[in-house]
Ligand binder design. Structure first.
Ligand SMILES: [Zn+2]
Length: 200
């Protein structure tokens, strides 16, 4: 019954030179602003997996993300853990944010999603994970380690990189993001946003 459980997406197959930077848990007025400024320096567009309640708290920066040509995507309304949330409740949380983001791209918080949640959400949306985890949220690692988590083994076209535009990640993000962008463009790669059509 493989067809009933749409696959989770870990990277973008067939990309020629695009790396996909993604930012989870925002928007946040100052940290997202920092990300937007970094991306603008390279004319780069990325993907923001937004938490619905953060969108409601910070609507202005949410609009700025979109106005700058980035893609906004769904990371639930309350950053819920799928393993601890009944499917109907999880779906309501998903839908409340989908009404705001509308791009049919979803990333489950903590990567935790049950088969029934995956089946229901996967009917309409693409469920996108990542293959390069910066671990910028981890206060026990150095900023340099965070950078090495992303570029240490090299980046190639199609890689999906996870950062967070959150206060928790800010110290490491401020160090690692500019260096990651510089690395990508020095390699002759470019940065692109995720889109539903990439996977259909
Ligand atoms: Zn998250």
């Amino acid at each position: 019954m493989q067809w009933a459980y749409p696959s989770l997406i870990w990277r973008v197959e067939g990309a020629s030179k695009e790396v996909f930077l993604t930012f989870d848990d925002g928007p946040h007025p100052t940290v997202t602003r920092f990300v937007l400024d970094c991306l603008a320096e390279y004319n780069a567009n990325a993907t923001f997996f937004c938490v619905g309640e953060q969108i409601e708290k910070h609507p202005t920066i949410f609009e700025e993300i979109k106005a700058a040509g980035h893609v906004v995507a769904n990371h639930t309304f309350h950053h819920v853990n799928g393993w601890k949330t009944p499917t109907d409740e999880y779906l309501k949380d998903f839908e409340a944010t989908e009404r705001l983001t509308k791009t049919k791209l979803f990333r489950p918080p903590y990567g935790k999603i049950t088969p029934s949640q995956r089946k229901r959400i996967g009917q309409e949306s693409k469920i996108v994970i990542y293959n390069k985890l910066s671990a910028d949220f981890d206060k026990n690692i150095s900023a340099e380690q965070c950078l090495q988590n992303v570029i240490g083994k090299g980046l190639v076209a199609g890689d999906i990189v996870l950062f967070h535009d959150s206060l928790k990640a800010e110290d490491r993000l401020r160090y690692a993001l500019p260096k990651t962008l510089s690395y990508i463009y020095n390699q002759g790669l470019t940065v692109a946003p995720l889109r539903y059509e990439l996977f259909s």
